[in-house]
Design a protein around this ligand. Structure first.
Ligand code: 13P
Length: 306
């Protein structure tokens, strides 16, 4: 089916009291794992790719366009509502290329930029994107980030509620990623969420709020966060771990003299990517349920009855 505007997907989630996951993929195989999960849960979903971990030279030499075309191909065959996000572009120019590549939602990674520069870039991106019917996610404040030696708080800055209101008004972004104690790429512990700050932001900002760092977001905080305006969770690290664990276990179980044509690219039970995909699909399904998104897809038959 055609791509659905991100604003529409998030507005329905807010009205009905659930959140939609952006489950970050990195290639066709992982994207398919996400779409399969959404279809099995009958849930709207935000498909897409992120630039943060990807080599900028690769992205700038056709990678953005390649990812856009993979995403659009999968979205076209989806049975659930799908928006397609190019997440955390390194530069304004790259985000604009995301628009040309067919993504219907884009975001620049401005978390470490001075606010004034972030406002200018987001405003420019909105001007171009909105002309093409593409949504823009803004970001104000910077979540801490996990590293191999622990959580790095040195670049973290919480979102200021008044600044957030100004940011949204001056840029025209369609949703806003906030820093309220959430931590990026942290696997081994849960983040501690500042609900008071989230409430203050929610009281001043009327666009849907977004949480990055879904991997370490405490499950017990999901429902309270949704009640305070969060309509989108971004999840990445835990999905790569699920995929990797599946791949590792299926590769380990291969005996000597195995047929590589069965192991790679066969799309049969013997394909080592199959187990990896299934593990990722299972993880995405459990998160969709946690966010309350399961069964939210309105099917055409139901609409015609109304
Ligand atoms: P995690 O890797 O911590 O889940 O965060 C992903 C993310 O926020 C992508 O934008």
């Amino acid at each position: 089916m055609p791509l659905v505007p991100l604003q529409q997907i998030l507005a329905k989630a807010r009205t009905d009291g659930y959140a939609v996951g952006y489950f970050e993929a990195w290639d066709a195989c992982s994207l398919e794992a996400v779409l399969t999960a959404a279809e099995q849960e009958s849930a709207p979903v935000i498909l897409g790719f992120g630039a943060m971990m990807v080599d900028g030279t690769w992205l700038d030499s056709g990678g953005v366009e390649l990812l856009g075309s993979i995403g659009r191909s999968y979205a076209a065959r989806s049975t659930v509502d799908v928006a397609l996000l190019f997440n955390e572009a390194h530069t304004l120019d790259q985000a604009k290329r995301g628009i040309d590549a067919g993504f219907n939602a884009v975001m620049i990674d401005t978390h470490s930029w001075p606010t004034v520069d972030a406002i200018v870039a987001a405003r420019q991106l909105c001007r171009v994107a909105h002309q093409s019917g593409v949504a823009v996610e803004g970001e104000l404040g910077s979540p801490a980030e996990a590293t191999v030696s622990g959580v790095d708080h040195s670049h973290a800055s919480p979102t200021d509620p008044d600044e957030a209101a100004r940011f949204v008004e001056e840029t025209g972004v369609d949703c806003l990623a906030v820093s309220v104690g959430n931590v990026h790429i942290m696997m081994d512990q849960e983040a501690s969420i500042d609900m008071g700050r989230l409430r203050s932001i929610h009281e001043r900002v009327d666009v849907p709020l977004v949480i990055h760092g879904g991997t370490s977001f405490p499950p017990s905080a999901v429902a309270p966060a949704i009640a305070l305006g969060v309509a989108k969770f971004n999840v990445g690290t835990v999905l790569k771990h699920a995929f990797w664990d599946g791949l590792e276990s299926s590769v380990r179980s291969v005996g000597p003299n195995a047929d590589v044509h069965k192991l790679l690219g066969s799309h049969k039970e013997s394909d080592v990517m199959g187990v990896a995909q299934q593990r990722m699909t299972a993880k995405v399904r459990s998160l969709i349920r946690q966010y309350g998104g399961s069964g939210r897809q309105v099917v055409a038959a139901e609409l015609s009855v109304r």
